[in-house]
Design a binder for this molecule. Structure first.
Ligand code: MN
Length: 302
């Protein structure tokens, strides 16, 4: 059985709303480690990456807010994630805002490059996270993680670990999207990314969608990474997220997505982002996310 290494990334510099920096604590409190141990895994919690808070920082570029600290923290996470993979372990990164993906995917890409492996990414999110400093309406870097990983935008973000792009768009899929900024749209179409919005999920169902994505990725890549933004889930089920958008995945759709990924047996790394305990009901969203992580790693109803 694999060893899972948990890395906390208490980051909220990438977002406007405060509180997602408490996500790692909330997910730990929900019993993540025990749930994974109950599945038979050896679990090592590697603690949190050290990240400065907004109170001690200033914004030097309003189109790339807190760029310097986000790049610094991303580098730290990238090195840890790469080391985890080189130990043949499974890095599980818990956020924090979705800028967590910039560092984790950089570390994964560096590992894959050295091992001559192709990287594929399944990005599950209400948003596309395909903005750049030129298209962003807010300057928030949590909306730039996917584009940076695919080689677009500011080089400080896209060239971490000196690999750019981290993955090819044809080896990536975006699932669950329902809120795309006007200028961001052109970045999506220019790369030819596989997009399965809530429209396709409503029409086809989540099972055919995730099955198709996995089948295609399995035939093309050697390492599949899951980048899961908790706001992909409907806010009625997951109210404690950074940027809630109506019309998301239901409780069972979210779990089924994870269960099918687990059944495929091809997941090699994961991050979960944007849990915000400040606007949650109790710890409902972190508890859901913790159980979903277990589903993605083999928890079955029966
Ligand atoms: Mn996101």
């Amino acid at each position: 059985m694999k060893t899972i290494e948990i890395y906390g990334f208490p980051m909220d510099l990438g977002a406007s709303r405060r509180g997602v920096d408490m996500g790692p604590s909330a997910i730990r409190l929900a019993g993540l480690q025990k749930q994974l141990e109950d599945l038979g895994f050896n679990v090592i919690d590697k603690g949190d990456i050290n990240i400065k808070t907004k109170e001690v920082l200033t914004i030097s570029n309003p189109k790339l807010k807190y760029l310097e600290e986000i790049v610094s923290a991303s580098n730290k996470l990238a090195i840890q994630v790469e080391e985890s993979l080189s130990r043949n372990n499974f890095p599980l990164c818990i956020g924090g805002d979705h800028s967590i993906a910039i560092g984790s995917i950089a570390g994964i890409a560096s590992h894959c490059k050295k091992q001559n492996k192709k990287l594929g990414i399944i990005w599950v999110d209400a948003h596309a996270d395909m903005n750049t400093d030129e298209t962003t309406p807010s300057g928030n870097i949590h909306g730039m993680g996917f584009s940076a990983s695919l080689g677009l935008g500011d080089k400080n973000l896209s060239c971490i670990m000196n690999i750019n792009p981290k993955a090819e768009a044809k080896n990536c899929a975006l699932i669950g999207v329902r809120s795309i900024d006007v200028m961001e749209r052109s970045n999506l179409t220019s790369l030819g990314l596989h997009v399965f919005s809530m429209h396709e999920i409503d029409k086809l169902g989540i099972y055919p969608v995730i099955s198709k994505v996995i089948k295609e990725l399995k035939s093309r890549v050697d390492h599949i990474h899951l980048s899961f933004d908790a706001d992909a889930i409907d806010p009625e089920t997951a109210p404690g997220v950074g940027t809630p958008v109506n019309g998301g995945l239901s409780y069972r759709e979210s779990h089924l997505l994870m269960e099918i990924i687990a059944e495929s047996g091809c997941l090699s790394s994961m991050e979960i982002a944007e849990v915000n305990p400040i606007i949650d009901n109790g710890n409902q969203t972190a508890e859901l996310v913790s159980k979903m992580i277990a589903s993605s790693l083999g928890l079955k109803i029966y």
